[in-house]
Write a protein that binds this ligand. Structure first.
Ligand SMILES: *[C@@H]1O[C@H](CO)[C@@H](O)[C@H](O)[C@H]1NC(C)=O
Ligand SMILES: *[C@@H]1O[C@H](CO)[C@@H](O)[C@H](O)[C@H]1NC(C)=O
Ligand SMILES: *[C@@H]1O[C@H](CO)[C@@H](O)[C@H](O)[C@H]1NC(C)=O
Length: 461
């Protein structure tokens, strides 16, 4: 094997194990970052010119070459060659072919692949998280719109998957819109932490020619520089945070999906997925399976796997750069694409499903108003601990009498349990009135739900 084909060559002249080349190579996946890599080099070389290490002419040749390489990548015409280990060496090798090795050989002055890859990763992740923010905002807005237009539909709210109290369907939607808005806000905070520059830190010890790191940072759109060169090249917290964010977000998506899977079952029948997001069974003609939701739920595991796998990879590597860190890319990229697709699928599902208002409301049962019955007596001055017990007795009596619900008890039966019951007790047994009583912030009253939705919209704008 001839040494000059390898850009790092010189001292290493022996052949390497061919499997080692494959095992080691990252180009198959890190070429996704070609644009970030070229942009980093464009700005870095401007920085070199600024401190007199490149002439104006050399710089403009370099920039011309980088532009051409970018075109080749974007048109799918870039030819990968043996010895292109990663996106950095591939781009630099190609630059040499276009503008000559004499000038191209100066590009890497004072830079190491260690600060280069950290820069590329941050640029790439920053852009990708910006893209995720946009589609996540669409998802939230879709849910909010749906909630506004279906504000009048009631359904059971559950705890322990047991019918608990009546709520609005819009309140359920608003719950997930609230989770996703928190995710959105958290994402903006992570973008801020991603957006600092490692460039100019060299291999680990800093830059020997006094490059202006603030200039590099500013021209790459970073808000500042990482203040320690060792940290700059060894820090992958932004990758971990991105994967943690993704994991938490996918956890929310998974619970959202699980609710909808339950609501779409024959026993509930609250919702029906659009054909585009469900499939039939290969055997049972009557079935319509919520595959999209099951995949959303299932893929949350895969994303968590990326996070835990990478944390294991880096948990005890010594400072600063070690090859283990290359193991950040595949899980990160997989995680990002999975989250992107999951957001798009969830948006599609929620914007196309049909609800069955009649079934949702038919699932409401009078025993779900037992708390309201207790509240009725509280309004008459009875302490809640006592009313809770009295209401329980009413439930028991209705059961013992084989009545269809507590609303079927006669006034005499109520009065026998507690003399403070009056004729107006019948007003308790109204689901709409029950949700409307919960006007405090965050509750089920129409005004309270609309306020939640407005608040979410305000946060996004
Ligand atoms: C493995 O790839 C790295 C660049 O990512 C390179 O520096 C190193 O020389 C390669 N080693 C082998 C044995 O191919
Ligand atoms: C972000 O979105 C833009 C516009 O759709 C696209 O060109 C770009 O490749 C995306 N960036 C990443 C890192 O996926
Ligand atoms: C209620 O139904 C059960 C079982 O069907 C029966 O044993 C019981 O006597 C009934 N109670 C009344 C009050 O009708």
């Amino acid at each position: 094997m001839s040494a000059p084909a390898k850009l790092w060559g010189g001292r290493f002249t022996g052949a390497t194990d061919p499997l080692m080349n494959l095992y080691n190579a990252s180009l198959p996946y890190d070429k996704k970052m070609y644009a970030a890599d070229l942009e980093g080099t464009r700005v870095y070389t401007s920085g070199l010119q600024k401190i007199g290490l490149l002439t104006e002419e050399e710089l403009s040749e370099i920039h011309r070459g980088l532009e051409l390489i970018k075109e080749e990548w974007s048109q799918g015409k870039f030819e990968e060659k043996d010895g292109d280990e990663d996106i950095h060496t591939a781009n630099e090798r190609r630059l040499g072919e276009i503008i000559g090795r004499q000038i191209a050989g100066k590009v890497h002055t004072g830079r190491s692949r260690n600060d280069q890859v950290a820069t590329d990763m941050r640029l790439y992740v920053r852009e990708q998280l910006g893209n995720l923010s946009k589609i996540l905002k669409d998802l939230i807005e879709t849910i909010v719109k749906r909630a506004e237009s279906e504000i009048d539909v009631l359904m059971p709210g559950y705890t322990h998957l047991q019918k608990a109290q009546p709520i609005r369907w819009a309140h359920w939607l608003s719950m997930y819109a609230t989770y996703f808005t928190e995710d959105f806000n958290r994402l903006q905070q992570i973008i801020e932490r991603v957006n600092v520059s490692p460039l100019g830190a060299g291999a680990l010890a800093g830059h020997p020619y006094g490059i202006d790191r603030e200039y590099l940072a500013e021209n790459l759109g970073f808000t500042g520089v990482i203040g320690n060169s060792l940290t700059a090249v060894s820090d992958r917290d932004f990758v971990v945070e991105t994967m943690f964010w993704s994991t938490l977000f996918m956890n929310h998506i998974s619970r959202f999906s699980e609710d909808l899977i339950i609501y779409s079952s024959g026993e509930f029948g609250f919702i029906k997925l659009a054909d585009a997001y469900s499939t039939g069974s290969s055997l049972m003609p009557q079935k319509k399976n919520p595959d999209s939701l099951e995949l959303l739920r299932g893929k949350s595991g895969r994303v968590f796997g990326s996070l835990s796998g990478f944390l294991m990879s880096i948990k005890s590597i010594p400072s600063t750069y070690n090859k283990d860190m290359q193991e950040d890319k595949e899980p990160l990229f997989d995680c990002l694409i999975t989250v992107e697709h999951s957001i798009l699928i969830a948006t599609g599902v929620i914007s196309t499903l049909n609800i069955n208002k009649a079934k949702m409301e038919a699932a409401l049962t009078m025993d779900m108003l037992a708390t309201d019955l207790a509240d009725y007596l509280v309004r008459k001055g009875v302490p809640f601990r006592e009313t809770h017990h009295i209401s329980g007795e009413c439930v028991k009596l209705a059961e013992d009498e084989n009545l269809s619900g507590i609303d079927q008890l006669t006034l005499e039966q109520f009065k026998k349990i507690d003399s403070r019951f009056g004729d107006d007790v019948k007003d308790v047994f109204n689901f709409e009135a029950s949700v409307e009583r919960r006007t405090a912030t965050g509750g089920t009253a129409k005004s309270a739900v609309l306020k939640q939705l407005k608040n979410l919209k305000d946060q996004l704008n």
